[in-house]
Write a protein that binds this ligand. Structure first.
Ligand code: ATP
Ligand code: MG
Length: 635
């Protein structure tokens, strides 16, 4: 296959320029490395008004076929999926391309035998077992649209997502293992499905082997069904713009949105970005620690790596069990070459000190990556120094569920690395920073709203069943642009720094302060474990600063501590940034993907606790009551 990896700065500049001057020609070259069932007639047609975006019209292609069948001759025995179980003493799994293909074809036939046809919605609520990847690929093989719901969400959240896209079937397991906990997955599914009317079948994979109820006529066992079918399943020809999957965003900003990605464009973008951002080479073992319930897992555990013929590692457990060295043990065990994780994981491991790291060599690592939120300076340096040993490029990758693939990121050994900067747009990505009136900001260091001028192949096509919401959310803030909802600025070399969500920027007496920057300053204090800052209406300043802080130890004198925090912030940023209110808290409300749910903290700071909204997707819903009880009411 043609090598599409960028290898030098000159390559990058040439590729970038071509992608702007001749986007159709640029992306066609990448698309043409795939096996098409029918060639496309037109690379791109688009407008951001409706919006209406079509890539590779007229073409027909199949995702699973390009992930698997095209490697059956060239590398049938190469490991496609490596799986590390929750318990390090249990057996691991390695499935070759040939074996994965066999399982996917069979399970695709299971879906068909259970009434699933092209276009039907399939809800997948499964822990991180390799069969989860089989489930995704089997859906795409027959053109069913999968909707993966992270198997940590509540029964109600599951029901809401099933109902929103009327899923016909649910794929699940009896239970799951996470650290020293056993979770009753099937119980949650039973409760969730009882609040829906579209589900006809539930297919259950055995994982924990604990006793569960199987509902007569509805529930069937995965393994029994596999026995009944053969492994012959031709891949369905899919139109380039046929929906590939729906994925609901995590909901840190309100009612979940059913982001719809379509077939060919998503394939092209995930394949291209995977190879370039991680500089994957043939014999490498690549590991992304995300859960497949998030877009990162879809694009960079399953689809991107398999399209590229890579070996992708899946991990069932958690970073801190049996101890805080688990990630590093896995890196050494499989000689992982590329590691892709999130700031929240890095921070939690950092808090455990260096001893768990020092036990391992980590010498196999070549590239380390971060995604999910702005990575603060302390975490960046720790990750780069102690995990990357100062030699591995750290790729801080910025993108969103709605983007399908990484948009802004360094390319290892090719473009610059700068701490806390996502740096350069990848080829094909045309960012622009606008002020609130829609004027372009060209001055370096001036912050504004991050938008995109031009579509890339894996841009969101619609929100399931609600195209108006799609237009209103992303395309009506600024006419003719995709609006990301994030604030950003550029340095004098044009490298991008993501400040955070626009809602997370606090305007104090006309000074715009990013919450990440404020939190970085607060975290400088040695007793601070983690902090979260939000704005609240302030009569004089417009907005005031409310800081929630988790401390390492009990604090005797709250006032002395608060004075010290104020002093730290004054030194780091300036007196303008001193918090108006500081509340020491036992924990912070977090989404299941580890992001702080600031929407809730903002409500509490505003004294508006009657409308906290849906807190059921929180990792730790109880913490909200604790915080409310001790909150300083402003109004
Ligand atoms: P919702 O849209 O439902 O509130 P979400 O935005 O958390 O959920 P995702 O699409 O998973 O769901 O996350 C995308 C967001 O994560 C980005 O808009 C940005 O705020 C943040 N983000 C992701 N990667 C980075 C990064 N490298 N640097 C800074 N922020 C990042
Ligand atoms: Mg979002």
């Amino acid at each position: 296959m043609e090598d599409i990896r960028i290898k030098s700065k000159a390559d990058y500049q040439a590729a970038y320029q071509e992608s702007v001057d001749h986007p159709e020609q640029f992306w066609a070259k990448i698309a043409d490395t795939f096996d098409w069932k029918k060639p496309y007639d037109k690379v791109l047609e688009w407008e951001f008004e409706t919006p209406d975006i079509k890539w590779f019209q007229g073409g027909q292609i199949n995702m699973a076929e390009n992930c698997l069948d095209r490697y059956l001759e060239t590398q049938p025995d190469k490991t496609a999926i490596l799986w590390e179980p929750n318990d390090p003493n249990d057996d691991n799994i390695a499935w070759s391309y040939k074996e994965l293909h066999h399982r996917v074809c069979k399970f695709a036939n299971v879906l068909k035998a259970n009434g699933i046809e092209k276009g039907d919605r399939v809800c997948i609520y499964m822990p991180m077992v390799p069969h989860l990847a089989v489930a995704l690929l089997a859906c795409t093989r027959i053109g069913a649209i999968h909707s993966v719901v992270f198997a940590g969400f509540s029964a109600q959240s599951l029901a809401d997502r099933i109902n929103d896209s009327s899923c016909k079937i649910v794929l699940t397991t009896d239970g799951s293992f996470r650290g020293n906990k056993e979770i009753d997955i099937k119980g949650i599914v039973d409760e969730g499905v009882s609040k829906t009317s579209s589900v006809e079948k539930v297919i259950v994979l055995k994982r924990t082997e604990k006793f569960i109820n199987m509902k007569e006529g509805r529930d069937v066992w995965w393994d029994d069904e596999m026995e009944k079918v053969d492994a012959n399943c031709p891949a369905e020809p899919m139109d380039a713009e046929d929906p590939l999957f729906i994925l609901y965003t995590s909901g840190s900003t309100g009612k979940p949105k059913g982001v719809v990605h379509t077939t060919a464009g998503y394939m092209v973008s995930t394949y291209y970005t995977f190879l370039n951002v991680f500089q994957y080479e043939d014999e490498d073992v690549y590991w992304c620690t995300a859960d497949i319930g998030w877009i990162t897992g879809h694009s960079y555990i399953v689809y991107g790596p398999l399209l590229a013929g890579a070996t992708t590692l899946m991990f069932e457990g958690i970073p801190t069990w049996p101890d805080a060295g688990r990630f590093w043990a896995i890196v050494d065990k499989y000689q992982v070459n590329q590691l892709y994780t999130a700031p929240t994981a890095i921070r939690s491991l950092m808090a455990n000190g260096l001893e768990p790291v020092a036990r391992y060599s980590l010498n196999s690592l070549k590239v380390i990556g971060s995604v999910g939120e702005p990575i603060n300076e302390e975490a960046w340096k720790w990750y780069h120094t102690y995990i990357g040993k100062g030699k591995c490029p750290l790729v801080d990758t910025w993108w969103q569920t709605e983007n399908g693939s990484i948009l802004i990121s360094p390319i290892p050994h090719v473009t610059d690395i700068r701490p806390m900067y996502a740096t350069n747009p990848l080829p094909g990505v045309q960012p622009i920073i606008l002020d609130k009136d829609g004027n372009e900001i060209t001055e370096p260091h001036e912050e504004g709203l991050l938008c995109m001028k031009f579509p890339w192949p894996s841009i969101v096509r619609t929100l399931y069943g609600d195209h108006d919401r799609m237009r209103n959310t992303y395309f009506s803030t600024f006419k003719g642009y995709y609006f990301s909802g994030d604030a950003a600025k550029r340095d004098n070399k044009g490298r991008y720094r993501i400040i955070g969500r626009v809602d997370d920027v606090i305007n104090v007496s006309g000074h715009r302060l990013g919450t990440a920057e404020l939190e970085d300053a607060i975290n400088e204090h040695p007793w601070v474990v983690e902090s979260a800052v939000v704005g609240f209406p302030h009569d004089i300043k417009g907005q005031g600063i409310y800081a929630y802080i988790i401390t390492e130890r009990d604090i005797d004198s709250q006032q002395a501590f608060k004075d010290e925090i104020n002093e730290t912030v004054r030194k780091e940023i300036g007196p303008i940034a001193k918090p108006d209110i500081i509340q020491v808290v036992p924990g912070l409300p977090k989404t299941r993907s580890g992001k702080i749910m600031r929407r809730i903290l903002r409500k509490i700071a505003e004294g508006d606790i009657s409308t906290l909204g849906d807190t059921s997707t929180l990792l730790n819903p109880d913490i909200v009551d604790d915080i409310v009880e001790e909150a300083t009411t402003v109004n």
